[in-house]
Each structure stands twice: as C-alpha cells, then as structure tokens.
Design a protein around this ligand. Structure first.
Ligand SMILES: *[C@@H]1O[C@H](CO)[C@@H](O)[C@H](O)[C@H]1NC(C)=O
Ligand SMILES: *[C@@H]1O[C@H](CO)[C@@H](O)[C@H](O)[C@H]1NC(C)=O
Ligand SMILES: *[C@@H]1O[C@H](CO)[C@@H](O)[C@H](O)[C@H]1NC(C)=O
Ligand SMILES: *[C@@H]1O[C@H](CO)[C@@H](O)[C@H](O)[C@H]1NC(C)=O
Ligand SMILES: *[C@@H]1O[C@H](CO)[C@@H](O)[C@H](O)[C@H]1NC(C)=O
Ligand SMILES: *[C@@H]1O[C@H](CO)[C@@H](O)[C@H](O)[C@H]1NC(C)=O
Length: 237
C-alpha cells in the first residue's frame, strides 16, 4: 500500500515538476530536504543559514524505499551529485522514474579525523496550503542517523555496546532543527514518509531510538522489575 502510494508520488514528481499535486492538494514546488553536518567544536554554528562550510546533503526526491548513505564514503568521494535509481522498485506496470537525486556541498571541507556529531535537518514547506504541511506534522520523507556504518547501531569503538539512532519525520520550521549526537555520525538513511493510514502518534523531531536508546533502557529496566516481581509472587505461593 505504502509502496503504491510512494510510487504514485514519485511519478507525480517526475511528470509535474512545477505544480506538485500530492493527496489532491497543490503544494510548494520546493520539496528539498537538507541535512548539514557540523563538527562538535563550538566554533561552528549549527544553522541552516550557515551554508558556507557545512557538509551538506540535499535532495528533492521522495524515495520509493529506504536508502542508506555511509557518511565518510559519501563526503570523501569524488561525486558532488548522484542518482540512486529505484525505478526497479516501482509497482509493476508503473511508468516513470523513481529514486534519489542528491547533491553535496562543501565536500572539500571534509576532515576524516573530525567528529561530525551535529546535524541540521530541514524539510519545510513555505506557505503551506493546510495544517498537514505545517511544522510538527508528518513530512513526505524521514531521515535516520546512526553511529555505525551501514545504518546500524554497531559502535565502531566497541564490539560490546550499541549506539542509539536518531530520527526526524516532521516538517521542520524554516530554519530547521539541530541535534547533537553522542557520537560522530557514521551513516544516515533517507526514507519515504508514512502512509496516510499510518500517520498515528507524533512524528519525530530528533527522536532517540534503538536498543541503546534511553527509552528502551528504561522499559527494559521496568520489564526486569516486573519479571522479578512475578518471580517473587510465584515463589511465595
Ligand atoms: C534544492 O536544492 C538544490 C541543491 O542544493 C538547489 O540547487 C535548488 O535550488 C534547491 N531548490 C529550491 C527550490 O530551493
Ligand atoms: C558558520 O560556520 C563557520 C564554521 O563552519 C563559522 O566559522 C562561522 O562563524 C559560522 N557562521 C555563522 C553565521 O554562524
Ligand atoms: C576520483 O577521481 C580520480 C581522478 O579523476 C580517480 O583517479 C579516482 O579513481 C576517483 N576515485 C573514486 C573513489 O571514484
Ligand atoms: C534507472 O533504471 C531504469 C531501469 O530500471 C533505466 O531504464 C533508467 O534509464 C535508469 N535511470 C537512470 C537515470 O539511470
Ligand atoms: C570487533 O570484532 C572484530 C572481529 O572479531 C575485530 O576484528 C575487531 O578488532 C573488534 N573491534 C573492537 C573495537 O574490539
Ligand atoms: C564526538 O562528539 C560528541 C558530541 O560532543 C561526543 O559526545 C563524543 O564523545 C565525541 N566522540 C569522540 C570520539 O570524541
């Protein structure tokens, strides 16, 4: 269901680049998602307006399926633009092209030794036609950020620990949202947003997730308390 809808959106993008009609509404043609990555040093300000030095990833595309980008490979490579071809993932019989057409900025500033622990996320519609396109509502794409290569929770400095991942899935404010991670970013993924039917709960604004997330840890701790309580009850019988 999700695939079919995402596919039809991608086709809309391809066929009607200047007047997007998504869910029957006309929206602003600027559907760029922008990610800027900053070093942990205090000198760099994590801001959308600071485009002079920040490693920047931009795409206008809405992917059909999730795609992972390894951070160091991406920014140390030769390419400043590329296309991830997902046409093969379109529903059978669908015409058009699908994928992620991406651009990079400031690749010459990439430092292999630096700690890129801050990310600026911007996915914003100027003059939204209705509430669904306003900040803090589900956006067309979501982004997740990882400490391990290949969009995994693997800690590069230890085989014993896992690192939480962080997610963004809301439309942002015009200036975007900045987050500081407890590690240097190793990879990130760009995914289609949820299907209309799955838009329950709240979208993510730098949400911490994964096995090592504090949320999971506390629920694990609660499970442990619950388990020992049940054991105690059982022993008393
Ligand atoms: C989207 O991003 C690309 C690459 O940075 C840029 O060339 C283009 O002007 C942007 N589109 C809009 C409408 O801002
Ligand atoms: C932008 O970031 C650079 C370093 O990346 C920093 O030197 C500069 O002060 C920042 N400028 C603004 C306007 O935040
Ligand atoms: C980058 O470009 C140089 C010169 O064009 C080439 O020799 C090298 O193989 C390229 N590296 C990659 C990773 O594509
Ligand atoms: C994407 O792949 C399809 C086949 O799946 C091909 O026909 C098309 O030309 C490719 N597009 C680009 C831009 O490489
Ligand atoms: C993790 O395990 C791999 C394979 O067993 C090993 O090569 C690597 O050195 C280990 N890394 C660390 C940080 O312990
Ligand atoms: C990278 O920066 C983050 C955020 O300041 C910090 O928590 C982390 O320990 C740093 N990592 C290394 C390897 O210095």
């Amino acid at each position: 269901m999700q695939l079919v809808r995402a596919a039809s959106r991608a086709m809309t993008l391809v066929l009607l680049p200047f007047s997007l009609s998504v869910h029957g509404q006309s929206i602003d043609a600027n559907q760029n998602i922008t990610l800027r990555f900053f070093q942990n040093s205090a000198a760099d300000s994590c801001a959308y307006s600071n485009s002079s030095a920040a490693l920047t990833f931009t795409t206008e595309s809405i992917p059909i399926i999730s795609r992972c980008f390894d951070f160091a490979d991406l920014f140390s490579g030769n390419a400043t633009q590329g296309f991830v071809n997902q046409t093969g993932n379109l529903a059978p019989g669908t015409i058009g092209e699908a994928g992620i057409r991406w651009q990079l900025e400031n690749v010459d500033k990439f430092d292999t030794q630096a700690n890129y622990s801050r990310v600026l996320y911007r996915q914003h519609i100027t003059n939204p036609a209705n509430d669904d396109d306003k900040p803090r509502h589900y956006a067309d794409r979501r982004v997740t950020v990882y400490g391990g290569k290949g969009c995994t929770e693997k800690d590069p400095s230890s085989n014993e620990t896992l690192l939480p991942w962080y997610g963004f899935s809301c439309w942002s404010e015009d200036e975007g949202t900045c987050g500081t991670l407890p590690y240097s970013i190793a990879s990130f993924s760009v995914q289609p947003g949820p299907d209309d039917k799955n838009k329950d709960g709240t979208c993510w604004v730098f949400a911490e997730r994964g096995a090592a997330a504090h949320l999971s840890l506390s629920s694990q701790a609660m499970m442990a308390v619950f388990a020992s309580t049940s054991l105690a009850i059982w022993l008393c019988r």
